[in-house]
Design a protein around this ligand. Structure first.
Ligand SMILES: Cc1ncc(COP(=O)(O)O)c(C=O)c1O
Length: 394
């Protein structure tokens, strides 16, 4: 990015990303001349239908799936809710058990909690200090009545990658032994563009994705649903998306998320070295300049785009405000909880003390982040923390 006086050093890409110009360009005609309803019969409707079909094709290529297994939704949260509630609603009478983890995004944890209130059961498997789930421990939580295992691919707060393939293999074997037949879902919202999303390699039956984390449109998501898996729709109506998500398709956004995902995947491998080098510079720089700090997460199984640090004796919020004053945007946890001072459930599950958890800062890198941006945030963090140490009540 070109440097200018008032350029924001945006380091919160795990919260959201700016739309890529290629994506916007592809979307624009669908707001105006290609405005038809894909379900109609005349030719401008055909253009819209073609746009949706083409996007579905792009997504299926990235996932290694059939196009009929790709459902467009209104975002990552909706995809998670459709999985959890859509599968639960197929069970009559309402009963059964879900295994998930203590570090899932609230878009998984809260729908599971809603089901618990209705009489379903759930187990939240813990993680080690690096945020890693033990596949054996996860599989040991599977019961005869477990119908769903849900585990995120990449954690949004600390960037730890889970061994979803191993968790799936062991959980399915455990279920089979007990006479069950569980389905495995992964919330891969933070994995897109960072790790492989091939559904067969991961061994998953359902996968959630979101447009706005990959330089695509907000309010748009994808749910991969393996052939044969039956879901009760959350939104019933005209029967779009093969009865799985009714409502006239958000054509422009569907075109946008298809393009964004294809671009993210095509650049994924080529961007690893650059992100590794930026991330190492950041982590080493923080350790060197702020020796009292601690790094939260895994050094071996992580995406380099997300790094989380705790600073003793401060709260995250004043640090963020201090950084903002210097033109740097970061986060003190997941975007939805950054307005509250509740310690992050992810950090607590990793065994971080509540005092250190409230003093945590997440820095997440993006396509335009440069070495100079990392240098800038290192200097700014040091000066903000020094200031807060001098004026603890600031
Ligand atoms: C891991 C994870 N899952 C789900 C979501 C929700 O996605 P969306 O904002 O598209 O509803 C997010 C967004 O913060 C996320 O990071």
């Amino acid at each position: 990015m070109t440097s200018s006086e008032d350029r924001i050093n945006y380091l919160d890409h795990a919260a959201t990303t700016p739309m890529r110009s290629e994506v916007l360009e592809k979307m624009l005609p669908y707001f105006t001349e290609k405005f038809g309803n894909p379900s109609s019969l005349y030719s401008i409707a055909g253009e819209a239908r073609y746009g949706v079909d083409e996007a579905r094709e792009l997504v299926a290529q990235v996932l290694g799936s059939r196009t009929s297994e790709v459902v467009f939704t209104g975002g990552g949260s909706e995809s998670n809710n459709l999985t959890i509630k859509g599968l639960a609603a197929r069970r009559t009478p309402a009963s059964g058990h879900i295994v998930t983890t203590a570090i899932e995004h609230h878009a998984v944890i809260h729908p599971v909690e809603q089901l618990e209130k209705l009489g379903y059961d759930a187990t939240y498997v813990g993680v080690d200090a690096s945020g890693q789930v033990d596949p054996d421990e996860f599989a040991a939580a599977v019961r005869a009545d477990t119908f769903l295992a849900s585990v995120m691919l990449v954690n949004n707060e600390v960037g730890t990658i889970q061994d979803v393939a191993e968790i799936s293999r062991k959980s399915k074997a455990a279920s089979k032994k007990l006479g069950g037949n569980i389905l495995v879902h992964t919330d891969a919202v933070q994995g897109a563009g960072k790790v492989s999303l091939k559904v067969d390699e991961l061994g998953v039956d359902l996968m959630s994705l979101s447009g706005h984390k990959i330089y695509g449109p907000k309010g748009t998501g994808i749910l991969y649903v393996r052939r044969g898996v039956e879901l009760e729709p959350l939104i019933a109506g005209g029967g779009q998306e093969r009865q799985r998500r009714s409502g006239t398709e958000n054509v422009a956004s569907i075109v946008g998320i298809g393009e964004a995902l294809a671009l993210a995947e095509s650049e994924r491998l080529g961007s690893r070295d650059r992100f590794d080098s930026l991330s190492n510079k950041l982590i080493e720089g923080v350790a060197e300049r702020i020796p009292a700090s601690s790094f939260n997460g895994s050094r071996s199984s992580r995406v380099p785009e997300i790094a989380n640090f705790s600073f003793p004796g401060v709260e995250g919020e004043p640090v963020l405000l201090g950084l903002d004053f210097k033109g740097i945007a970061a986060s003190s946890g997941s975007a939805c909880s950054s307005a509250s001072l509740e310690p992050s459930h992810v950090l607590l599950a990793m065994g971080v003390s509540p005092e250190l958890a409230v003093g945590s800062v997440r820095i997440s890198l993006g396509r335009e982040t440069t070495e100079a941006d990392i240098e800038e945030v290192l200097g700014a963090l040091k000066s903000v923390l020094d200031q807060l140490a001098t004026f603890p009540s600031a």
